[in-house]
Design a protein around this ligand. Sequence first.
Ligand code: GRF
Length: 199
Amino acid sequence: MFKIGILVSGGGSNLQAIIDRIEDGTLKDCQIVSVVSSNPEAYALERASKHGIPGLCIPRKGYADSKAYGEALAAHFDALQVDLIVLAGFLTILDAAFVEKYKGRMINVHPSLIPSFCGPGFYGLRPHIAALEYGVKVTGATVHYVDPEVDAGPIIAQKAVYVQEGDTPEVLQRRVMEEAEWKILPEAIGKISQAHIGG
Ligand code: GRF
């Protein structure tokens, strides 16, 4: 089994997309061994528990600095011997040592076509607000390996989504999730896990 640890902070719809693809057999040989939230209120934790997946909250404010926080996360994931960490709407910036430790074994999903509308501050609705303000006709989502720089790192998958007349940031966010994020994130995990298992 390819063991996956998932970091979340909010609704967890990307987590749900991964759970659904495992349960319907599309994502083979994969197991989510832990869902860790930085936020005790995250609905993502409820999604995990509904599917019998161990979930816990490790809040950033419980630690003196981001180095100590990264060490706590690493201790947790190392104990479970995870093969891959997935950032699925995780809002806390991770310490460079943690990122370095999991280099090539940690991926993120971002709701724009990187290098547009990404980097520090581009979370939640902001990439979509910026895309509408700029007036782009095409946006989308990106899955990439995590590097110490925010939203940088080698790109694994991207999918384009058309902006439509009259879109609000909320409407565009929903379309980007449905048409892009919820598809390319499980697909990327499938590719990585099959390469890992096969090689
Ligand atoms: C998604 O748009 C994701 O790309 C971004 O944060 C959002 C998380 O949504 N990194 P959810 O918690 O998966 O519903």
